[in-house]
Ligand binder design. Structure first.
Ligand code: ADP
Ligand code: MG
Length: 509
């Protein structure tokens, strides 16, 4: 080989080495940024841990807070509000009733005909529309005018074929925000949640606001029951199954109510109800305990929210927030490494990733995770995400959903513990005597809300956690029953069961 040949060979070897070095360097870099992204997931998994031990601590905390909230006004973050509902529908209700459901993304009007025979909800017409965004932050008058005119249109459409006799119509008004109830049909708004912010409604009787708007439009209708969606759900659950003792909503927001002994409501000494019971609206979205597994993302989400330090449980559990927690994790991943290439500004937009979209990613069973790629591209403007990163994103969705479902299960068991149906009390607790032996009592919890009813993985995780916490034996006697449209039909049922009732159904001695 000549001199020229030799130097050519040396140059080639050097070039090969350089290329190899660059490639190795790139691989090392890729590996490093991949590890950083994986670390974000691993930290999330650790911080969201919901071992059965931790869930039991949440159960205990829930029961303790319930006691505290019943003992004194402001005794707990759980408001444990009196509903003045002291009897639940039992099937004997008769007549035509209207219901109005305001409490989340949609607003609904219903008409229900009851035949006085428990299974016979004869007619059931619904009109549903989204609340126009601008009305959620407008004035009280604008909102209630909108509701009253929708209601009037609905009534006119429904009654067009009927005799034009003037009849007084009874309405059940489901208003799913924290209300301080004064009677079964009136109550003052404590504060808005779920994205509503209308300053001049707070502190006012919402039944009266509606009543005024209806009168303005010449609509002859009386608010016979002002209830929360959970109370409506409990009413419908009880109408169909008398073992129903509690109701839980897991939709845009989350809340629960249950049947409590009147004498256990210590903050209201001398409370007398006809039945000896009263439905208590827990407002459990505001539950807080140091045992809740909180992450940096929850802290940031809370700080950026219009209601920091409030609705802490809801912010970990409900449909309004889960998608946004996932968005925050993906944003963090993109900041930790350039795994997504150029970061889209869409990723920084709060609530751009809704929980239903998140659920689609989580449930994507296609081999190449096509739906995940589509949503990342269409919603977050992140194109060409490699398959292994898509898999990671599915895991993130799963961790966030699983934590939410398991915490909701712990909350439900907390209620069962408070009313002695979790099997943890004395040998007789939660049992009934049958002949010479005792049997575990059947306990039904009515559940409603899009996150529970439409997301099968959420449901499975929740059910699984119930069994883990309660054990097979007890949990086989606890039935979680989907009670859809409880927030609508239930309110109409309560309007029926409380139609002749004034404030005097409940006395304070
Ligand atoms: P609301 O709570 O507003 O009265 P719903 O009970 O229907 O109404 O719940 C709607 C909420 O449920 C949505 O805001 C969304 O967060 C959640 N949701 C709806 N569908 C799904 C789904 N497929 N997977 C997960 N969450 C869902
Ligand atoms: Mg609802």
């Amino acid at each position: 080989m000549g001199k020229v040949g030799l130097s050519l060979a040396v140059i080639c070897a050097a070039a090969t080495c350089a290329i190899a070095a660059v490639m190795v360097g790139r691989r090392v870099k890729t590996l490093r940024r991949w590890k950083k992204v994986v670390a974000v997931l691993e930290d999330l998994e650790e911080d969201c841990s919901t071992s059965v031990g931790r869930l039991r601590q949440v159960v205990d905390a829930m029961a303790v807070e319930m006691h505290a909230g019943l003992a004194s006004e402001g005794g707990s973050k759980l408001k444990m509000l009196l509903t003045f509902v002291d009897k639940l529908p039992n099937g004997s209700e008769k007549g035509t009733y209207y219901a109005l459901d305001l409490g989340g993304t949609n607003f609904r009007v219903l008409r229900v005909e009851l035949g006085g025979d428990s299974s016979a909800i004869r007619k059931y017409d619904v009109d549903q529309q989204p609340i126009p965004q601008h009305l959620m932050t407008s004035t009280s008058e604008d909102l209630f005018d909108f509701i009253a005119s929708s209601l009037k249109q609905f009534v006119e459409k429904q009654e067009v074929s009927e005799l034009p006799e003037v009849k007084s119509r009874e309405l059940g008004f489901t208003f799913s925000f924290p209300v301080k109830q004064m009677s079964v049909s009136s109550g003052i708004l404590i504060r808005w949640t779920k994205g509503f912010a209308i300053g001049d409604t707070v502190g006012r009787d919402v039944s009266e606001c509606l009543q005024q708007a209806m009168s303005k439009r010449g609509l002859d209708m009386r608010v016979a029951a002002l209830v929360n969606d959970t109370v409506g759900t409990l009413a419908l659950g009880h109408y169909h199954d008398e073992d129903t003792v509690a109701a839980v909503i897991i939709g845009t927001g989350t809340n629960a109510c249950y049947l409590e002994r009147a004498d256990a409501i210590i903050k209201c000494q001398g409370l007398l109800t006809t039945s000896g019971f009263m439905v208590v609206n827990m407002e459990w979205g505001n539950f807080w305990s140091s045992h809740l597994p909180r992450t940096l993302y929850d802290i940031d989400l809370d700080a950026d929210s219009p209601n920091p330090n409030d609705q802490g449980f809801e912010k970990m559990i409900s449909g309004m927030y889960l998608g946004d927690i996932v968005r925050r994790v993906i944003l963090r991943m993109s900041q930790e490494s350039d795994i997504f290439g150029h970061v889209s500004s869409r990723l920084s937009v709060p609530f751009i990733l809704g929980t239903p979209k998140m659920a689609v990613m989580q449930e994507d069973e296609s081999p190449d995770l096509r739906e995940v790629a589509r949503i990342l591209n269409d919603v977050l403007e992140i194109p060409d995400v490699p398959l292994k990163v898509r898999k990671l994103i599915v895991k993130v969705c799963n961790v966030v959903t699983r934590r939410a479902a398991r915490l909701a299960a712990a909350g439900i068991v907390g209620i069962l513990k408070k009313i002695g149906r979790d099997g943890s009390g004395s040998i007789t607790s939660g049992r009934i005597k049958v002949g010479s032996h005792s049997e575990i009592r059947r306990t039904v919890v009515a559940i409603e809300g899009g996150l529970y009813t439409k997301n099968s993985m959420f449901r499975e995780y929740l059910n699984e956690a119930m069994t883990e916490i309660l054990g097979e034996d007890i949990s086989s006697h606890v039935i979680l029953k989907v009670t859809e449209d409880g927030s609508g039909i239930g309110a109409a049922l309560l309007a029926a069961s409380h139609r002749f009732v004034g404030v005097e159904n409940v006395q304070l001695l």
